[in-house]
Ligand binder design. Structure first.
Ligand code: FE
Ligand code: CA
Length: 529
């Protein structure tokens, strides 16, 4: 038995040494297979990324694009071999996993490698080689052993990064921060142009005026242009990401198969197909998510030892069309008032299957903290007016029955220590979540933290004040600053630090702590720290 083990070890060592020869020798071999594409400049212009860490696996991503803004990325119309390796050290002296894959033109020469056989709770370094070039080094981390009594999870939570509305100081700070994971809650790209007076920089690629003319090429160029931002690339290279998507990742205000002003559902599904495809090609999501037509499974759950379970929810693909559209809500993503149709019990934001899936998961979870990551604010956020309450047509306020079902799923089997994390509304919010959201005598069953945007414009302090004034369960509301939320989770307590900087974010902006809240284990609802 011992001999056999020794033999296996020797074989592994020999194979690893041989691999290192292959990886290194590509430096010396002339780039005959590559032809001219790799000689035209840097191949890894869009950087490297990792995501979806599990106890023994993690997903690695890159895309070969020597000319990122040209339709083919500067790549030939054929598959190109890509080597990858994962090491225990940044100098790659202890390579633990390695392999080869092919970057295909049908996937914009992106690669998604699901690396298995890693050790739980470890930091790893990874890099790629293609066309005789070596990529920048990325760092990642596996989740702890599912049975581990781990003491800590540190999470950077961000969303909404309109390129034109501000620089990415948030990502600069996240890249340097000591966190285990980055959780991004949607609006990774914006297909819309910012108002001229709100622009601090220009999208390098602009979509055509009419949505029916958006193509896969448009989405690819747009995603590529975002990745050319060095702070965003650094944030990806420094930590593994978990992703939740939202409307701007496709087009503002879409819901399931519906988009206002686009009467032909086939035309919208063609658009959704292109957007989902490009989203997949540019982000570190599992290869098992590769979309089939207009369908892409994004919702999933992740465990962090015994400490936490994280659900990443899809609030767009299965959503019902907006209520009262064209009558009381002529503009997308705008205000709703006196809309009885929104109260129909069947209306759903997550889709019924996903609702049941989450309810089941919450009821059976044995982790200390149940973290529900989803795109938009759950706590009521209406503004009182002489016309009645004005509601945000794109948020949970427009799906009151679905929100009640979500709160019941938490309250009825009494699932303790649920914390919801949200984005979309471009403001930092800490809130109580009640079984009956509008009834102050109803029990608080969970806590919510909404992260402000990385760069997108939020509400003025005046409007934030109205919002807070009309909704006593909103303990904190600031829409005038940009930032992210830094979560520190321990078995006893979950703390949320709202990091922020004035709008618009400038290249040299620095962040500070705007407010800090904690949730004590066993006591639902945040309290100011
Ligand atoms: Fe947004
Ligand atoms: Ca949004």
């Amino acid at each position: 038995m011992q001999r056999r083990e020794l033999f296996t070890r020797l074989c592994q060592t020999a194979a690893a040494l041989a691999w290192q020869q292959v990886f290194a020798s590509a430096d010396r071999t002339p780039v005959t297979e590559a032809g001219s594409w790799a000689e035209s400049g840097e191949v890894f212009t869009l950087g490297v990324a990792s995501g979806e860490p599990r106890p023994t696996s993690v997903v690695l991503w890159t895309r070969l694009a020597p000319k990122p803004m040209s339709p083919d990325g500067g790549m030939p119309a054929r598959g190109v071999p890509v080597l990858w390796e994962v090491a225990a050290d940044a100098r790659f002296s202890q390579v633990v996993r390695y392999g080869a894959t092919v970057a295909e033109p049908g996937a914009a020469h992106s690669v998604h490698v699901d690396v298995a056989g890693l050790m739980p709770g470890r930091t790893y370094f990874y890099r790629f080689r293609a066309g005789g070039q070596i990529s920048p080094v990325g760092r990642t981390r596996t989740a702890p052993d599912p049975a581990a009594r781990n003491e800590r999870l540190r999470l950077a939570v961000a969303s909404c990064q309109h390129y034109e509305a501000g620089f990415y100081a948030v990502h600069r700070e996240i890249a340097a921060a000591d966190v285990d994971l980055v959780l991004f809650l949607g609006d990774y790209i914006y297909e819309t142009e910012a108002m001229p007076f709100q622009k601090v920089r220009q999208h390098p690629h602009v979509f055509p005026g009419d949505e029916s003319h958006y193509t896969l090429g448009d989405y690819r160029a747009h995603h590529a242009s975002y990745k050319l931002d060095p702070d965003l690339r650094a944030s990806h290279a420094a930590h593994p990401w978990l992703l939740v998507w939202d409307d701007h990742d496709v087009v503002n205000g879409y819901a399931g198969e519906y988009l206002a002003n686009m009467s032909d559902p086939h035309a919208f599904l063609a658009l959704r197909t292109a957007a989902y495809r490009a989203y997949y090609e540019h982000l570190p999501v599992s290869p098992s998510r590769a979309p089939v037509g207009a369908i892409m499974r994004m919702h999933d759950r992740f465990e962090w030892g015994q400490l936490a379970e994280i659900w990443t929810m899809d609030g767009r693909q299965f959503r019902d069309p907006p209520a009262c559209s064209g009558v009381h809500a002529p503009q997308r993503g705008q205000v709703l008032w006196r809309c009885k149709a929104a109260e129909v019990p069947e209306r759903t934001l997550l889709g019924m299957d996903q609702e049941y899936w989450l309810a089941d998961g919450l009821a059976s979870s044995e982790r200390a903290w149940k973290i529900v990551a989803q795109p938009t604010q759950i706590a009521p956020g209406g503004i009182k007016s002489p016309l009645g309450s004005l509601l945000y047509a794109d948020g949970w306020d427009a799906f009151p029955a679905a929100r009640e079902r979500l709160m019941s799923a938490i309250a009825q089997p009494r699932v303790p220590d649920v914390v919801c994390l949200s984005g979309d509304v471009h403001r930092h919010v800490a809130a109580n979540l009640r079984l009956n959201p509008h009834d102050l005598s109803s029990p608080i069953v969970a806590s919510e933290f909404v992260t402000s945007s990385v760069s997108s414009k939020g509400l003025s302090e005046f409007l934030s004040g109205l919002l807070k004034g009309g909704n006593p369960d909103l303990l904190h509301v600031r829409g005038d600053e940009r930032g992210y939320a830094l979560l520190d989770v321990t078995p006893q307590q979950l703390s949320c630090e709202f990091r922020s900087t004035p709008h618009p974010v400038r290249p040299d902006s620095r962040l500070r702590t705007q407010a800090k809240f904690v949730v004590d284990r066993g006591v639902p609802g945040p309290r100011k720290a």
